[in-house]
Design a protein around this ligand. Structure first.
Ligand SMILES: NC(=O)c1ccc[n+]([C@@H]2O[C@H](COP(=O)([O-])OP(=O)(O)OC[C@H]3O[C@@H](n4cnc5c(N)ncnc54)[C@H](O)[C@@H]3O)[C@@H](O)[C@H]2O)c1
Length: 375
């Protein structure tokens, strides 16, 4: 049956490929990772050996051009995603890309349209849309547990970078130090902004936000010196959704708590859900429910069917959540129909919110969506 397996080419052999992407592909018998590429060839070789991937290379153009590869998986630094995703769509490949595809949402929309025109499936690395708890919550919402939704609150925050000696990625540095730059809002905000529109069942219609730099100098990978880093260590925005729901989102690099630090809350007239995707005391996530006649939030067990193959609540959140994402993408591709949630169009919608919040902060005002050029 080997010939019928989907053939995967992975770009990037760094930390996230090692902890989440490649383990996700490897646990699904419907695919085969045939080649791994990293511009640092030694890294590609070492990881290919570790995971039993038959081929490795430092030539990403060559890998994308291979006619025997069906899917390109992009797990490289954020400033490379757009170029690699565009090349992969151009070459007729299904694409999984880490977020953001592009800093300007219009570029992601353009790639989404091009992929759809070619009958290709796309997926964003929205890890937290795919957690067992978030999926269970979405199924409860769809069954009417929350009733008419009123308010959504989202958080993605942790204290990984409270200590300026903890290095940030070089791609998170910004040349312009004259004003606070959007880094946490984009890197951390994206997954929870995505869950907000998914759970609420409508897009964001208006936003107003604020952000602040709390730690002015930091280390970056590969350097021992502290460097000026005028980035948003914390931000908060308030939102209105198209269906009348209101909400708030908070993201931060310096708020105390364990990573990944993502929490989503939804309150309606029939019920409320709190899903906490924070690895605590060896458990990857918890979900709590309350109703008008039972107002104390009770933790409930997430049904087995929301877990990936051989997944369990004590597994690392990284491989657990990502295995669900990858299994879902394989289902999308093999299904052949319209099934394709969490795709580049969803990525563009999230990036549009990030762009709108940034505009609102720069101009200190509410900003309505869609922005010019939006869907
Ligand atoms: N979705 C999530 O929850 C989540 C979590 C962690 C990281 N990420 C994202 O994953 C991506 C990778 O992060 P990481 O921590 O693995 O970074 P990393 O720096 O450890 O690894 C990236 C690798 O990509 C390689 N690379 C750069 N350009 C390349 C190219 N053109 N072709 C092939 N390889 C190339 C680099 O040499 C490096 O080895 C980033 O975009 C990051 O934001 C997402």
């Amino acid at each position: 049956m080997a010939a019928s397996k989907l053939r995967i080419g992975v770009l990037g052999a760094g930390r996230w490929a090692n902890m989440a992407h490649i383990p996700g592909w490897k646990r699904d018998p419907r695919v085969e990772v045939v080649a791994l590429c990293d511009v640092e060839k030694a890294l590609a070789q070492e990881m290919a050996q570790r995971f039993g991937i038959p081929e490795h290379t430092d030539d990403w153009q060559g890998l994308i051009a291979r006619p025997d590869i069906d899917v390109i998986d992009i797990v490289t630094p954020s400033n490379t995603h757009q170029e690699l995703a565009a090349a992969a769509v151009e070459a007729g490949k299904h694409v999984l890309s880490e977020k953001p595809v592009a800093h300007d949402f219009r570029e992601t929309l353009r790639l989404d349209a091009e992929a759809k025109r070619k009958g290709l499936k796309t997926k964003l690395g929205f890890t937290f849309r795919h957690t067992p708890g978030v999926r269970y919550a979405k199924s409860l919402i769809d069954q009417g547990f929350v009733g008419r939704p009123f308010i959504f609150n989202g958080y993605e925050q942790n204290s990984q970078w409270l200590d300026p000696q903890t290095p940030l990625r070089r791609s998170q540095m910004r040349e312009d130090q004259s004003m606070v730059q959007v880094v946490s809002l984009e890197g951390y905000g994206a997954p929870i902004i995505d869950i907000g529109r998914w759970w609420v069942g409508a897009g964001y219609s208006s936003v107003v936000g604020t952000m602040r730099n709390f730690i002015p100098e930091r280390r970056v990978w590969g350097s021992d010196r502290l460097t000026p880093m005028n980035i948003d260590d914390g931000d908060v925005f308030v939102a209105e959704f198209g269906n009348g729901v209101i909400g708030s989102i908070q993201t931060s690099f310096v708020t105390i708590g364990n990573f990944p630090g993502v929490e989503a809350r939804i309150f309606g007239d029939k019920g409320a859900i709190i899903c906490r995707m924070v690895e605590e005391f060896g458990i990857a996530e918890t979900i709590k429910l309350a109703t008008p006649d039972s107002v104390e939030f009770k933790e409930v067990e997430i049904p087995r069917k929301f877990y990936p193959r051989e997944g369990n609540p004590k597994e690392s959140w990284r491989s657990l959540f990502y295995a669900n994402l990858i299994e879902d993408f394989i289902d999308d591709i093999l299904d052949g129909g319209d099934r394709n949630q969490g795709n580049f169009a969803d990525g563009a919608a999230v990036q549009e919110v990030i762009n709108a919040v940034e505009l609102s902060i720069r101009q200190r005002r509410w900003v309505d969506l869609p922005l010019a050029g939006g869907a």
